[in-house]
Design a protein around this ligand. Structure first.
Ligand code: NAP
Length: 202
C-alpha cells in the first residue's frame, strides 16, 4: 500500500495516539488532531522520529467553529484525506437508573454530533482521494445484537451514543456512495494491544 494521508481525531492519547504512531511507522502521512496540541506531549514526541510525516492540528469536535475552521483550512490547501479515523470519544459508565441528562448529552455531543460534524466537513478533502474511507470508531457496547438479556446495568448513555453512531455510519455510507466514499464502523479490539490502563472497556 502506498503512502496515505490519514486524519485522526482524538490523537492526544489512547487509541488515537497509538493509531497515529503505528501509521507513522508504516510510512503514512498523518493529520493528527487534538483539542490541545500544547498539552499533547506524547503526540508531540512523535515529531522527533517522524517530523516529515506528522502534522499536529487543533480540533475540538464539540465545537462546530473549530471543525469548520480546520476543514476550511485543509480544503484551501487542497489536502486529500484517504482515511478519516473518526476516533475522538468519551465514555460514561452510569447505568440507566443513575445516569444524568448531562452525562447522556455529553456522550452524544462528542460521540455522535462531533463525529457527524467532522465527517461532513471532511467530504471535500475525502473527495480528493482515489479511494476514501471513513472509519467511525464505535464499540461492541453499541451493538443491539450483542446485548444479551442476561446483561444487567450498562453504560447507557455511551451505548446509546455508539448505537446512534452506527446508524450515522449506515446512512452516511448510503449518502456518500455516489462520491465513492466508503464509511464503516469499527469496534477496536484493544485487549493486550495497549499499555495497561489504556484499555477502558471490558
Ligand atoms: N479503549 C477501549 O477499550 C475502547 C473500546 C471500544 C471503543 N472505544 C472507542 O475508541 C475511541 C478512543 O477511545 P480511547 O480508549 O482511546 O479513549 P481515551 O483514552 O479516553 O481517549 C479519548 C480521546 O478522545 C479525545 N476527545 C475527547 N473529547 C474530545 C473533543 N471534544 N474533541 C476532540 N477530541 C476529544 C481525547 O482528547 P483529550 O486528550 O483532549 O481529552 C482523547 O484523545 C472512542 O471513540 C471510544 O469510545 C474504546
Amino acid at each position: 500500500m502506498g503512502m496515505k494521508t490519514i486524519l485522526v481525531t482524538g490523537a492526544s492519547r489512547g487509541i488515537g495516539l497509538e493509531w497515529t504512531r503505528q501509521c507513522l511507522e508504516r510510512g503514512h502521512r498523518l493529520l493528527a488532531t487534538c483539542r490541545n496540541p500544547d498539552n499533547a506531549e506524547a503526540l508531540s514526541k512523535l515529531r522527533e522520529s517522524h517530523a516529515d510525516l506528522l502534522n499536529i492540528l487543533t480540533l475540538d469536535v464539540e465545537d462546530e467553529g473549530s471543525v469548520t475552521r480546520l476543514f476550511l483550512e485543509l480544503d484551501k490547501k487542497s489536502e486529500p484525506i484517504d482515511l478519516l479515523f473518526n476516533n475522538a470519544g468519551v465514555i460514561d459508565w452510569e447505568d440507566m437508573l443513575n445516569v444524568s441528562a448531562e452525562a447522556v448529552e455529553k456522550t452524544y455531543k462528542v460521540n455522535v454530533v462531533g463525529a457527524l460534524l467532522v465527517l461532513r466537513a471532511a467530504i471535500p478533502c475525502l473527495r480528493r482521494s482515489a479511494n476514501p474511507i471513513v472509519a467511525n470508531v464505535s464499540s461492541r457496547l453499541g451493538s443491539i445484537e450483542l446485548r444479551g438479556n442476561t446483561q444487567l446495568g450498562g453504560a447507557i448513555g455511551y451505548q446509546c451514543s455508539k448505537a446512534a453512531l452506527n446508524m450515522l455510519t449506515k446512512q452516511a455510507s448510503i449518502d456518500l456512495a455516489p462520491f465513492g466514499i466508503t464509511v464503516l464502523s469499527q469496534s477496536p479490539a484493544t485487549a493486550g494491544r495497549l499499555p495497561a490502563g489504556d484499555c477502558c472497556e471490558p
